[in-house]
Design a protein around this ligand. Sequence first.
Ligand code: SF4
Length: 360
Amino acid sequence: MNGLHALNVNFASMQANNKIVIRDLTLEMLTEKIVGFGESAFRAKQIYEWLWKKSAMDFAEMSNLSKNLRALLEEKFTINPITVDFEQKSSDGTIKCRFKLHDGHLVEGVLIPAEYRMTACVSSQVGCNLGCTFCATGFMKVKRNLEPYEIYDQVVLLNRAALAHHKQPLTNIVFMGMGEPLLNYNNVLAGIEKITSENGLHISSKRITVSTAGLAKMIKKLADDDVKFNLALSLHAADDIKRSKLMPINEANNLNDLVKALNYFFDKTGNRITFEYILFDGINESMEDAKNLVALCSKVPARVNIIEYNTIREADFHKSKEEQRERFIAYLETHRVVAKVRRSRGKDIDAACGQLANKG
Ligand code: SF4
């Protein structure tokens, strides 16, 4: 995937202002350019280190380069960093950041502090075309995919927010923000490669979870590409009729196809799947629904995260009542399904699951 991305660079990375997007270049490509300017290859290494390991967002930060070289870099290249456009802190410590991309588009990321974790929830696309009926992002059509460096920058900036507000670095990263990560496959994998690399942020793949609405073909591709990160499926219903109503993508990727793809993924990677299940009042919370979920869990090595829903103004869904939720979970536990409840965080600032839609 990276190779393919690199091949496209010469054509795709030149901006309208004739500057080259420097973070589209591999170290080899950057070295060639820098040596072409009459500088040593060692300078290219230093620049590369500033760009990734030290997460410089401006050439002016590159303090071990001469003033002339920094000016030349400024003239020929652009870093295209993302910036924090707006930040909101919830009463529970959750922080929502609205990020501005170099072309003015906005995406959101969320920092979720918990007792033993500091999780960054990042976006993969500007908007989303999958139209899940309960999701605020699903009401915004996709504008474009995020670039690998824009995915990387969200992690850098959320880590800075974690250090500034909670004095702790990130421990986990989840791709559960705006967009369907597997529809921006190459860039998401290239971004994760940089996040995990020793030459980048050096965060373990085991701490990263990519969450998909369920594209069977792409799940198999992940397995064939031998990825090391974790995979979560936004399930929300364990029968096709209900799931297709909640998530139209299910019509072309039904549960049978997904079960096959997820088992393929597990067999190749050894990583158990997480099923994300939002309990909606009167929709997917009955004992029949719990029974379907138990049956599904007998077909795939999986654990279940039960997620609390937050109402959005675009759709008429409500979270389950507490006693119904308890009944549902008790049924799963009696049938030996490992289920964790994830209380919703950041509700007061629209940072909770399904609420990201650039409302500011
Ligand atoms: S839940 Fe995810 S896949 Fe579905 S519309 Fe929202 S962002 Fe897209």
